[in-house]
Write a protein that binds this ligand. Structure first.
Ligand code: ME8
Length: 662
């Protein structure tokens, strides 16, 4: 019987449309699952949507829909997106599924019967963004450490899970199993959370008079289950815990999450499993954030990258390759189209595309596109074979250990070596010399190595791998191009060197990755940003150019208005200015290389912490001036109600920082 591999992604909240971050985790899961299929394992891939809780109710209210209508709509968007990104999951779970609800209730009852759930009164700091209570110790300067907003203090009677009872055991388990949570920095983070003593028992209910949108507790109909307790259970409810065939076949599995949800997965979930007597997951694999100009991408910051746009523009597989190659799994990475184009040109157009293009066209010219026979091997050939074996072995080892970027780099050692081998063997000279046997061996060895590269690429670039294999005369069934793994097992490749059919006709050309130019506007944008300070100086020095004879007091001429540069900005930081009661100091993202510092006399109207993440309208080209020793470069626009109350002017929907207001 083959071994099994079960991979999950977080089930995503349906309060916002899917973005690059969600796409990344799900593409990684898809690639890992394909990789394990290539290893000959029996695989299962689960993703889904998390549909209960306060956040969803609020988002539904804002959209003027019932929670059910709202969750149906956004869950549908996630389900429609994944196939467009080449993702082939086996199962999509929704926490509003009747089957999931029943299994959550069974789990709750089991933990309750074990004596690990009790009723008590509790006051805590509740962050709606996180859907959880924070203890005093966990807050940073009184704010939620994730959202930097002030939580609400709520005092109520609730049910609690005796999580603290299992914390010493959990610390022991993590110490004894060093890769239970990986990479190591996240394992250490969870250990220090436990050791800090800040973790208490977990509040796992919400009274229905405050929140109805959840799964009813089986032992108290006046309460619903806390959304995280419900959501984490999806990983086993989907498999039919406790008695489903899939549960028997695939659990325990591998989880894939970003660092934002380390605590629920690293602390809540294993203690829940332990209490119910369910085996623990194999590994928690934790990645960092995709950042946009050093800021986390999120809807509230208005810097969201739409994955489908990137895939449509640059090609699905190039996009997938970039994501896995440019992020070191575990660390944060910066996303930019310029980085994508640079990676595309270096690895795909120059290295891989060039290799296929030159070898296939030489084979067309020298052997009428027929696969030549392999002759006697020279020392250079043996060295190449050894390098190819090493490169594949390293790729398999690294990729399997969630080091995707390094794994692909190891595979590229072979791609780069093949291009060098072409240069050093100079087939064109062998052709001129009429050394057909040696020429045939060189080309055949190249083609065999190229087949190995294409096979190894399938997990990350399924469409490209299929096309490359087809060019080498090894087509995959057309209807299943993205689903069916190519013949061969990446582990069984050792010593397999004559896979192509000698004499068979293969493609005579390949042009999968034509080089991309960096668009002028991207270059200009960059240049403009670099030059901006100088331009600003010029603007300050220039005399006002409005024709004085045309001006009417109190009336702004069109030309006056045109001088103003109004832009949308996102507040990154907001704080008080010492010894200045009225002033707030802001750092605002205006889509420029650096955030702008702007001072505003609105401190009496707003708590600075509540403004972070908000979008505002800004006069962006106001001459900078110094206030209380601090430079202020711009003005934030507000509206004043008759009673003197100020409101920040903001766009009606999320827009990219720096967007022009006209
Ligand atoms: O937390 N970079 O759902 P969620 C990389 N429903 N990955 C990112 C990202 C970014 N900038 N932004 C989001 C929830 N992600 C819960 C999960 S599971 C039982 C319940 C990805 O919609 C990443 O995988 O907020 C992160 O962990 C997840 O989206 C959070 O998704």
């Amino acid at each position: 019987m083959s071994s099994t591999f079960y991979i999950t992604t977080p089930i995503y909240y349906v309060n916002a449309r899917p973005h690059l971050g969600h796409a990344y985790t799900t593409i990684v899961a898809d690639s890992l699952r394909r990789f394990h299929t290539l290893l000959g394992e029996d695989t299962w891939f689960l993703t889904g949507t998390d549909e209960h809780g306060d956040k969803i109710v609020k988002a539904a209210e804002a959209a003027g829909q019932t929670p059910q209508e709202f969750v149906d709509g956004i869950s549908g968007q996630f389900q429609a997106l994944w196939p467009k990104l080449g993702i082939k999951h086996d199962q999509f779970i929704r926490t509003t599924d009747a089957d999931h609800k029943a299994r959550v209730q069974a789990f709750l009852q089991k933990v309750y019967d074990n004596g690990d759930i009790y009723f008590g009164e509790h006051g805590g700091h509740y962050c709606t963004g996180c859907e959880r209570f924070y203890t005093e110790k966990e807050l940073e300067n009184g704010l939620c450490p994730q959202h930097l907003t002030k939580p609400d203090f709520i005092q109520e009677k609730n049910y609690f899970f005796r999580m603290s009872k299992y914390l010493p055991w959990l610390a022991g388990h993590i110490r004894e199993n060093p890769d239970f949570i990986r990479p190591e920095r996240y394992r250490n983070e969870v250990l220090s959370m436990i050791e800090s003593g800040a973790l208490e028992d977990l509040c796992i209910s919400r009274p229905k008079n405050r929140l109805e949108w959840g799964i009813e507790l089986p032992f108290d109909k006046d309460y619903v289950c806390y959304v995280w307790f419900d959501a984490l259970l999806n990983y086993i409810s989907a498999l039919g815990w406790p008695d489903g065939d899939k549960y028997a076949a695939y659990w325990p599995g591998e989880h894939l999450v970003a660092k934002d949800i380390l605590k629920p997965h690293g602390v809540f979930w294993p203690t829940m499993l332990k209490s119910a007597g369910v085996p623990l997951y194999k590994h928690l694999n934790v990645h960092g954030y995709w950042l946009i100009k050093d800021t986390k991408m999120s809807k509230s910051l208005g810097n969201v990258v739409e994955p489908i746009k990137m895939a449509e523009h640059y090609g699905l597989d190039a996009f997938r390759y970039f994501l896995l190659r440019d992020m070191q799994f575990g660390s944060d990475a910066s996303f930019s189209e310029e980085a994508l184009i640079t990676r595309f040109n270096a690895d795909l157009a120059n290295d891989l595309g060039n290799l296929f293009s030159r070898v296939l066209s030489m084979n067309a010219k020298y052997f009428e596109s027929k696969v030549p026979p392999m002759g006697e091997l020279a020392e250079d050939d043996k060295a190449l074979i050894e390098l190819a074996e090493n490169s594949r072995r390293n790729y398999v080892q690294l990729f399997g250990n969630i080091r995707f970027s390094q794994g692909l780099d190891a595979l590229w050692d072979l791609v780069r070596a093949l291009n060098k081998y072409v240069d050093s063997q100079a087939p064109w000279t062998l052709f001129k010399q009429g050394d057909t046997a040696r020429l045939g061996t060189v080309i055949r060895l190249l083609l065999e190595c190229m087949r190995k590269v294409a096979l190894c690429l399938w997990p990350v670039m399924p469409g490209t791998a299929a096309a490359l294999l087809e060019q080498l005369g090894q087509p995959l069934p057309a209807s299943e191009r993205f689903g069916v793994a190519p013949a061969g097992n990446v582990n069984d490749e050792e010593g397999v060197w004559e896979c192509l059919a000698t004499g068979s006709v293969i493609a005579s050309a390949s042009n999968l990755f034509p080089r991309l130019e960096i668009p002028e506007e991207m270059k200009e944008d960059k240049k403009a940003k670099q030059k901006k300070p100088a331009k600003e100086k010029e603007a300050k020095a220039a005399p006002a150019s409005a024709p004085a004879e045309m001006s009417v007091p109190g009336v702004a001429e069109y030309a006056d208005f045109q001088k103003l540069e109004l832009r949308v900005g996102t507040i990154l930081e907001a704080g008080r200015v010492p010894k200045a009661d009225k002033l707030l100091c802001f750092k605002i993202d205006l889509g420029e290389a650096e955030p702008r510092q702007i001072l505003s006399g609105i401190a009496e109207h707003f708590e600075p912490e509540t403004l972070v993440g908000r979008q505002v309208c800004v006069v962006a080209n106001l001459a900078p001036r110094k206030i209380r020793g601090l430079v202020s470069a711009g003005m934030i626009l507000t509206a004043e109600a008759p009673d003197g109350k100020l409101t920040l002017l903001a766009p009606g929907g999320d827009v990219a920082p720096g967007s022009k207001i006209s």
